[in-house]
Design a protein around this ligand. Sequence first.
Ligand SMILES: [Cu+2]
Length: 287
Amino acid sequence: MTGKRVLGIFGAAMVAALGFVGSVAAQPVVGVPREWQMNMPPSYTPIMERLASLHDLLLVIITLISLFVLALLVYAMTRFHISRNPTPSTTTHNTVLEVAWTVVPILILVVVAIPSFRLLYYSDKAVDPAFTIKVTGNQWYWTYNYPDQGDFTVESRMLPEADRLKQKPNMPRLLAVDEEMVIPKGTTVRIIGTAVGNSMHGWTVPGFGIKKTVIPGRLNEGWINVTDEGYYFGQCSQICGDLHSFMPIAVRVVSKDVFDKWVEQKKKAAGLLPATDFAAVTTQANR
Ligand SMILES: [Cu+2]
């Protein structure tokens, strides 16, 4: 665990250094697959931390079961080999044994089910989210709508390779986008997902432990809360048609100040003027 974490921190530091050399991005590239990565991605959200520990628990349980079954198999193969056991037993029932091999798996399933359902409900609904982002899967790009920040929408499309090399050379190939989803760090953000057109999509960022199937005509909910600034990447995880492989998900996590500035910029670009103080206007008109 510690070794993995140290490696992760070292990797993040390396990428951060590269990012600053490239200097196109203020934030480091953090949540991205690494070469020869064998294990789960590092956890960047509380949900992913819990997912990883559930995975570790399950890994222990399935390893023990596999070893037990293997031991039984080897024992049966050697002990009851025709050379050692020429006359086979004709036993057909053993009540104690049958009850045991029914009850023991049930107990194991209960042990697995309790943390599993806990995590399912934990990840299902955001508790006291600061704001909501509506994610829409389109054919074949994502849109991110910010209803609580004046209702502007950002279109996020994969950068063609030539543009990536020119604009964002330190971003990973096939994952870099023109406009990332931007969120402030350390903030609970509710994600509401849907799709338009005639196919489903999957809004999935492995390091966040989120994988929301988004479906036309339906709203699916999830949440993220990312501690560290940086760029995080995922991909559409629901085979959705021609350009399924080319609608990556990129999230940029920034400080609250940078987020507020970004929101102002997007509101201006969308022609959303600062909110009018209607109370003051009415009072003046009545005078
Ligand atoms: Cu898709």
